[in-house]
Every structure is written in C-alpha cells, then in structure tokens.
Design a protein around this ligand. Structure first.
Ligand code: FAD
Length: 139
C-alpha cells in the first residue's frame, strides 16, 4: 500500500486553547492507532494540517476531520504519494502561530498579516510544514 500525504487548511470561529488541546489529544490517540503522522499549525483564524500514512488511513482520518464542526471551510491543498514520511516522529506535531519564531517563518511564506493558507500553492504549503517541523525540533 503506497504512503500518502495530504495537506489541507480550514477556518475557525471561536476556539479556545482547551478546544485545541482536546483536538490534539484525540488526534494523537487516533493517529497512533492508525499509524498516521503529521503536523498541525493553529492560528486563531484557522488550521493548516499535514497527514501522512497508508492511503486508506489518511482518507478515513481526513473524512472525520472534514465532518468536524469545530472548524469549517475545509480546503484540500495537496495530496500525493510519498516514499518516506516527512513527520515520522509525530502522531501530530503542533505549532501555534503566536510564537515569534513561528511568526517569522509565516512571514517568509506571505502568511504574516493575514493567515490565508487557502491562497498557497501545494509546494509552498508542504515546504512551510517542513519548516515548522524543523522549528519544532529547536523550540
Ligand atoms: P466522536 O468522538 O465519536 O465524535 C462524533 C462527532 O462529534 C464527530 O464529528 C466529532 O468530530 C464531533 N466532536 C467531537 N468532539 C467535539 C467537540 N468537543 N465539539 C464539537 N464536536 C465534536 N482526528 C484524528 O484522528 N486525527 C487527526 O489528525 C485529527 N486532526 C484534526 C484536526 C482538526 C483541525 C480538527 C478540528 C479535528 C481533528 N481530528 C483529528 C478530530 C476528528 O475530527 C474527530 O473528532 C476524531 O477523529 C474522532 O472522530 P470520531 O468519529 O470518533 O468522533
């Protein structure tokens, strides 16, 4: 079974830190069981998330996420086969945009003032998530 990597973004209305923590907790549990790995970027205006794993597991996980009422306007940015995982160490890596180091990387990708990953190319979105991964190793 080929490995797939899927990247999407969504918008949020009113989520508190405890809501985001609850999402992370359930994500890490579900992903561990499904051998799905990835990275979640949260901004008060939305999410950008990368999921990777066996194709069927990524599809099932994404289907649950799309139906989740805690966010909306889910937009698929990229989906492709991968030889190796980009986020093998994380059942769900997490970064929050208000950290200064994260804000600087977002500015590099044109997301500084307005968090609008909907406008990004697939390549740019995946590159951004990899930069976040590398940042996550140092903060
Ligand atoms: P159940 O726990 O049985 O819940 C039933 C329904 O209620 C589902 O639609 C669920 O989404 C919704 N729900 C659950 N809790 C709440 C709540 N507090 N408020 C409102 N609605 C709620 N899950 C993963 O497994 N892996 C991921 O990587 C992952 N990433 C996510 C990223 C984002 C941005 C969001 C919003 C959710 C993510 N989730 C992820 C959670 C996912 O959407 C499901 O809630 C979770 O997988 C449990 O699915 P379930 O069908 O067992 O739902």
């Amino acid at each position: 079974m080929p490995l797939s990597q899927l990247t999407y973004c969504s918008r949020v209305q009113n989520l508190g830190p405890e809501d985001v923590q609850a999402i992370l907790d359930v994500s890490r549990k579900g992903n561990q069981a499904a051998d799905v790995t990835g990275m979640l970027l949260y901004d008060r205006r939305g999410f950008l998330q990368c999921l990777e794993g066996e194709r069927e597991q990524v599809t099932a996980t994404f289907a649950r996420i799309v139906a989740d009422p805690r966010h909306d306007q889910v937009a698929l940015i990229a989906v492709h086969d991968i030889e190796n995982r980009d986020f093998p160490d994380w059942t769900m890596g997490y970064v929050v945009t208000k950290l200064p180091q994260v804000a600087a990387v977002l500015a590099d990708f044109g997301l500084g003032e307005t968090f609008q990953p909907q406008q990004m190319s697939a390549n740019a979105a995946v590159s951004l998530m990899k930069r976040m991964r590398d940042l996550n190793r140092t903060v």
